[in-house]
Design a protein around this ligand. Structure first.
Ligand code: M6R
Length: 574
C-alpha cells in the first residue's frame, strides 16, 4: 500500500520526509521518491527498492523547508525508478504523489498525448500532473479542482508547484489523508503514524476536501465543480491517541508477532470500563445516543472486508444467539452494489473496519446511509472515515495494527461483537442478567487464557516446521469455528504464500473431500463444544483418505490422539 508524507515549515524537510516514509514502511512498498524545493528549484530523487536506497542518493548538505515524498506499491506499471512518485508534467513544474487508482487514466492519457503531452511513466498518476498542467492558466487550487473533476477513481493526492513553493496542496477521494498541525509547520500524511512525535494535533480530511498548507497556516475547502467553500479547520482538530512506542517493534523480529503477543493487553483495552459484571450487563458509551432506536430494530446487517468480514461472521452467530435479532453478514465489496430493496423492517447495519478507511466498506456503508438506515461502526482508528460517517459506534482501542495481517484487531472485533450481542440482548429483554453474567465472567478470563496459549509457542513452532513444505492446506470448522477456519486460511495465504482454503466441515462430503490425500494437511478447529462429535466424524472421514490432521482442541481431550496426527490444546471456555 502506498504512503504519502508532505512537510512545510522552518526545519529541514528532508530528514522529516525520510523518517515519515520509514514509519510507513510497514504498509509494504516497492519504490520511493521525494521532491523538495531549494535554491529556486525543485530536486526530484527516486529509487526502486527500499528507502535506504533512496537515502543513499541524498546528500547530507541538501537543505529544504518544503517537500513531498511517497512510497509506491505498483499497480500500473512495474516497480521501477521511473514509475516511482512524485510524477511531473512536461515542464517539470508540477509534482504529484498519489494513493489510489485512477480508473479512467487510459482514456485521459490518450487525449493528453493527442494534445502534445509527453509521458515518462506507465502509471495512472502521471495523468494527473499533465491534467493540472492543462489547467495552469488558473491558480493552483483551481487548476487541481478542475483536473479532479475529470477523474474517475480514488485518490489521496499531494501536489507541489515549483512556481508556488510556499504551499503544498492536497485533495482526497476515498484514500485517507491527515493534516498534522505544528508550530509554524504543517504536515500532510496518508497515515498518522508518519508524524508521531512531531505533532498530536491532526485533522482527518473528508472526501471532496482540498487542503492548502503553508508554513504557518492550513486551510481546508470543500470543492465541488471548481468552486470552493471554506471549512473551519480548527473546529475539526483532534488529538492523536497513540505514541511513538506503539509503532516500534519492542524487540520482536516483526510487527505481526509483536501484535499476536499484545493480545492479552489489547483485549483488556477493548474491554476496559465496558463490562458491568454485577448487573450482568455491558456499557457502550458510543451507543448511548441511539439506545432507544436500537431497541426497536428487527434486523441487523454486518459488513466488512477480509478479516473484518470474518469477525462479523462470528458476530452474526453471537448476536442471533444472545439477542434474538435476525442478523446477516455480507462482504462489503458485494454489499456496495445493493439493489433498491424496499426495507420495510427496522434495519441497522454494522460496518467493521480496523483502519476505518477501506474503500469497499465505506461504499457499502454509504449505500445504507442513502436509505436512511441506522449505521454503527466497530473501528480501531479513532477519527477515521468509518468512525466519522456512522451514526454511532464502538472503538476497539487496540493501538495501531502495523503488521497489516490482522491479529489483535481480529480478536478485538470478535470480543466487541460479543459485548454488542450482550448489550442488544439485555436492552431487548432477550438475555437474562444471570446468563449475561456467566458470559462476562468468561470474557474477563480471556486475556489470561490467551497467555496460556502463548506457553505453547515451542510446540506451535515444531508443528510449523514439520509441515512447512506442504503446498496446500485446508482449514475446517463448524458453527463459530467455520469463520475461524476461513480466517486461518486467509492468514496462512497472506503471510506464507501457501495455498490454503477454509471450509465448513459439514461441506467436506459435498465435494472438497475429493482433494484429500497424504499431501494435503487439514487444520481442524475442533474444541469440545456443541458440534465436537460432528467434527470428530469429519476428521475420521479425512483420516480414511490418509489426510494429515492437525487438530486444535480443548485441553484434556484425550480422544484426539486416536484421530489427529498432531494437536494443539487450547484452554476450555464458554
Ligand atoms: O482496515 P480494515 O479492517 O477495513 O481492512 C479490511 C481488510 O483489508 C483486512 O481485514 C485484511 O483482510 C486483513 N488485514 C488481513 O489480515
Amino acid at each position: 500500500m502506498c504512503g504519502i508524507v508532505g512537510y512545510i515549515g522552518n526545519r529541514n524537510a528532508i530528514p522529516i520526509l525520510i523518517d515519515g516514509l520509514k514509519r510507513l514502511e510497514y504498509r509494504g512498498y516497492d519504490s520511493a521518491g521525494l521532491a523538495f524545493f531549494n535554491d529556486d528549484k525543485i530536486t526530484l530523487t527516486k529509487s526502486k527498492g527500499q528507502i535506504k536506497e533512496l537515502e543513499r542518493k541524498i546528500s547530507d548538505t541538501w537543505r529544504s523547508k518544503v517537500g513531498i515524498a511517497h512510497t509506491r506499491w505498483a499497480t500500473h506499471g512495474e516497480p521501477s525508478e521511473v514509475n516511482a512518485h512524485p510524477h511531473t508534467d512536461c515542464s517539470d513544474k508540477i509534482f504529484v504523489c498519489h494513493n489510489g487508482i485512477i480508473e479512467n487514466y487510459k482514456a485521459l492519457k490518450e487525449v493528453l498525448i493527442r494534445r502534445g503531452h509527453k509521458f515518462k511513466s506507465e502509471t495512472d498518476t502521471e495523468v494527473l500532473a499533465h491534467l493540472i498542467e492543462e489547467n495552469l492558466r488558473y491558480k493552483p487550487e483551481l487548476a487541481i479542482a478542475k483536473s479532479l473533476k475529470l477523474i474517475k477513481g480514488t485518490y489521496g493526492i499531494v501536489v507541489f508547484f515549483s512556481d508556488y513553493p510556499d504551499r503544498i496542496i492536497a485533495a482526497r477521494n476515498s484514500s485517507p489523508l491527515v493534516i498534522g498541525m505544528g508550530d509554524n509547520e504543517n504536515f500532510i500524511v496518508s497515515d498518522a503514524s508518519a508524524i508521531l512525535g512531531r505533532t498530536k494535533n491532526v485533522v482527518y480530511m473528508n472526501d471532496g476536501e482540498m487542503a492548502v498548507l503553508t508554513k504557518d497556516n492550513a486551510k481546508l475547502f470543500s470543492y465541488r465543480g471548481g468552486s470552493a467553500s471554506s471549512v473551519n479547520i480548527l473546529k475539526r482538530a483532534e488529538k492523536l491517541d497513540f505514541n511513538v512506542q506503539d509503532i516500534q517493534k519492542s524487540g520482536y523480529p516483526h510487527f505481526m508477532l509483536k501484535e499476536i503477543f499484545e493480545q492479552p493487553e489489547s483485549l483488556t483495552n477493548s474491554l476496559r470500563g465496558r463490562l458491568i459484571k454485577k448487573e450482568g450487563n455491558v456499557k457502550l458509551g458510543g451507543l448511548e445516543n441511539i439506545k432507544e432506536r436500537l431497541k426497536s430494530i428487527d434486523r441487523l446487517i454486518i459488513t466488512g472486508c477480509g478479516t473484518a468480514y470474518l469477525a462479523g461472521s462470528i458476530g452474526k452467530l453471537m448476536i442471533e444467539e444472545l439477542s434474538g435479532i435476525p442478523c446477516e453478514v455480507g462482504l462489503a465489496s458485494e454489499l456496495r452494489y445493493l439493489p433498491n430493496v424496499d426495507y420495510r423492517q427496522n434495519l441497522a447495519m454494522v460496518a467493521i473496519s480496523q483502519s476505518g478507511e477501506t474503500a469497499d466498506t465505506l461504499a457499502a456503508l454509504r449505500r445504507f446511509k442513502e436509505k436512511n438506515i441506522l449505521t454503527l461502526g466497530i473501528v480501531n482508528v479513532v477519527g477515521s472515515t468509518v468512525a466519522r460517517e456512522t451514526d454511532a459506534g464502538v472503538y476497539n482501542h487496540v493501538g495501531p495494527e502495523i503488521g497489516v495481517a490482522s491479529t489483535k484487531a481480529f480478536t478485538s472485533q470478535v470480543i466487541i461483537l460479543a459485548i454488542l450481542a450482550i448489550f442488544l440482548g439485555r436492552e431487548r429483554g432477550f438475555l437474562s442478567a444471570g446468563k449475561a453474567k456467566k458470559i462476562i465472567v468468561e470474557i474477563e478470563k480471556l486475556p489470561m487464557l490467551i497467555k496460556r496459549v502463548f506457553g505453547k509457542k515451542n510446540k506451535i513452532k515444531l508443528i510449523a516446521k514439520k509441515y512447512k513444505n506442504y503446498n496446500n492446506f485446508l482449514y475446517i470448522g463448524r458453527k463459530y469455528n467455520f469463520p475461524t477456519a476461513l480466517e486461518g486460511a486467509l492468514k496462512l495465504k497472506e503471510v506464507s504464500y501457501i495455498h490454503a482454503e477454509g471450509c465448513g466441515a459439514g461441506e467436506m462430503k459435498h465435494g472438497p473431500i475429493a482433494m484429500i490425500d497424504e499431501n494435503f494437511p487439514i487444520i481442524a478447529i475442533a474444541p469440545e463444544d456443541s458440534v465436537y462429535d460432528k467434527m470428530a466424524s469429519n476428521m475420521e472421514e479425512i483420516k480414511a483418505r490418509r489426510g494429515k490432521i492437525i487438530a486444535i482442541t480443548t485441553e484434556g481431550n484425550k480422544k484426539i490422539k486416536h484421530i489427529a496426527d498432531d494437536w494443539l490444546y487450547i484452554p476450555k471456555t464458554l
